[in-house]
Ligand binder design. Structure first.
Ligand SMILES: NC(=O)C1=CN([C@@H]2O[C@H](COP(=O)(O)OP(=O)(O)OC[C@H]3O[C@@H](n4cnc5c(N)ncnc54)[C@H](OP(=O)(O)O)[C@@H]3O)[C@@H](O)[C@H]2O)C=CC1
Ligand SMILES: C=C(O[C@H]1[C@H](O)[C@@H](CO)O[C@H](OP(=O)(O)OP(=O)(O)OC[C@H]2O[C@@H](n3ccc(=O)[nH]c3=O)[C@H](O)[C@@H]2O)[C@@H]1NC(C)=O)C(=O)O
Length: 305
């Protein structure tokens, strides 16, 4: 089967403008890097999403899920197969202390919506650039809070395209991991249980966390956030800084001078520049500290031919 056939088949069920061929992925990743996807699907309904997942499964076509592209490094040759982007599944609904959000909703928006309904519990997420699905998959956390603290349940699709409801316990949330990544599920929606709080306290916490993030993280440049996980009992940024790597890199990619745990796309970096910089950091930290840094970002796709 060719990508032209996939395009034609998918457009029999999905709206034409929800399925594109050779879509450049640098338009959909926060590093602003990455080559084209053979087929790029942006469904607006859960039915279109399930159809795409089933189609890929039944025809043995590789399927890559892309949320907000905040944690993904796409190689310069792009991605073969189908890239499924849930950004247009972004409904947020609040009833009492329950917050419902679809998988493609931006977690920052969900955090803001909760706060403006006087709900406390999701303030930690006010600056996280990922989607609800990405955040669930990785049990996203920042400033002492994590998804695990507030999640009630999630609805997912299995690899075969069947719907499944998972309770908090079923989700097996740990540091940057969950059953979702383990089994390759796709998050359609999630429900959070929050509490009513004091509006002034909620707003003050959100402002404080936003200020801390803006002061400490290089948000002025495109990046994939923290490139490495925290090694047990340590911090990647600290080890990288102490290895003297800040300001170093390849091409347009550079270890941030503001926060060494970030590699920024400072000047039209290619994914190749970014990945070479990651490798340089890994080997320098291994040499100096004997610690193998584990990637938090996901590197996908193929090198340029
Ligand atoms: N704490 C912070 O400051 C920051 C945190 N992050 C976190 O990184 C994560 C990235 O989110 P996002 O930008 O949307 O993800 P990306 O688009 O970068 O995708 C990365 C991976 O997340 C998984 N994913 C994304 N959407 C879904 C979904 N609907 N269902 C299941 N898995 C999904 C997929 O992994 P797979 O298919 O392998 O399961 C995907 O390959 C979030 O947890 C975000 O909070 C990112 C930057 C900063
Ligand atoms: C940005 C991300 O998430 C971030 C999240 O925003 C922040 C804030 O809570 O805490 C984590 O960063 P982090 O582990 O680097 O935490 P920070 O609080 O920034 O730094 C930890 C420690 O390292 C030190 N540090 C940091 C950067 C640096 O250049 N040098 C240095 O010495 C800091 O002084 C601090 O003592 C998350 N990253 C991981 C891998 O857990 C992301 O996941 O992409």
């Amino acid at each position: 089967m060719t990508k032209e056939t996939w395009l034609h088949d998918l457009r029999r069920f999905l709206a034409d403008d929800h399925v594109k061929m050779d879509e450049p992925l640098h338009l959909h990743t926060l590093t602003r890097m990455g080559g084209p996807a053979d087929i790029f699907v942006a469904p607006t309904t859960e039915d279109e999403t399930a159809y795409t997942v089933k189609y890929a499964y039944e025809n043995n076509i590789p399927l890559l899920l892309l949320g907000n592209g905040s944690n993904m490094v796409v190689r310069d040759g792009g991605v073969r197969g189908i890239v499924l982007n849930l950004k247009s599944l972004h409904t947020i609904r609040i009833e009492g202390t329950t917050v419902y959000a679809q998988g493609g909703a931006n977690i920052k928006e969900v955090s803001k919506a909760a706060a403006s309904n006087r709900l406390t519990g999701l303030e930690f997420a006010c600056g996280i650039p990922g989607s609800i699905g990405g955040a669930m998959a990785m049990n996203a956390g920042a400033y002492g809070g994590e998804i695990k603290d507030v999640i009630r349940k999630a609805t997912v699709l299995t690899k075969e395209g069947n719907k499944l409801e998972l309770s908090k316990e079923d989700l097996e949330l740990g540091y940057r991991k969950s059953i979702i990544t383990k089994k390759g599920y796709y998050v359609l929606s999630a429900e959070f249980e929050l509490e009513f709080g004091n509006q002034l306290v909620i707003d003050a916490k959100m402002s404080d966390l936003t200020m801390q993030r803006e002061t400490k993280q290089p948000l002025e440049f495109p990046s994939a956030g923290s490139v490495f996980k925290r090694p047990p009992g340590n911090f990647a940024g600290k080890l990288i800084q102490e290895s003297g790597l800040q300001g170093k890199g390849f091409g347009g990619a550079e270890v941030s001078t503001k926060h060494a745990g970030f590699i920024v796309n400072k000047n039209n970096a290619t994914a190749n520049d970014y990945i070479k910089t990651i490798e340089m950091v890994k080997s320098a930290v291994r040499e100096k500290f004997g610690i193998d840094l584990e990637l938090e970002v996901k590197i996908v796709g193929e090198d340029m031919a």
